[in-house]
Design a protein. Structure first.
Length: 121
């Protein structure tokens, strides 16, 4: 056995977040951490600009929240928002912002479910 065997897996190349977003920190699409994202049927015809965008589209075959996408891909929330905003603009994914009333306030039933979940911890 050599010292090389004890090193473990080779280090992965890490891309800085501003590279993925091309230096942008915001998007024209209003996205909150609970906004649900789903891939659209057009996703196969839309080229992904970065590998992470393609991963987001694949992940969102089943609806995912912005927070879930961030956790699954181990990316900062703001980076995910920018990438998802690009995907929304290209119609590769669609958004659904559930749990809110028409006036923008959170739905009471949603808040009660969150409180019940927290109390059960």
């Amino acid at each position: 056995m050599t010292d090389m065997d004890d090193e473990g897996p080779p280090p992965t190349l890490r891309v800085r977040p501003y590279t993925m977003t091309r230096g942008r920190t915001d998007t024209d699409v209003e996205l909150t951490i609970e906004t649900m994202i789903r891939a659209t049927p057009e996703r196969a015809t839309r080229p992904a600009t970065v590998a992470e965008a393609g991963a987001i589209v694949e992940l969102c075959a089943d609806p995912q929240s912005i927070a879930e996408i961030s956790a699954h891909l181990v990316l900062p929330l703001q980076v995910v928002k920018v990438l998802v905003g690009d995907l929304v603009m290209s119609q590769a994914v669609s958004t659904h912002r559930g749990g809110f009333q028409a006036d923008g306030r959170p739905d009471l039933a949603l808040l009660e479910r969150v409180l019940d979940g927290l109390q059960s911890l």
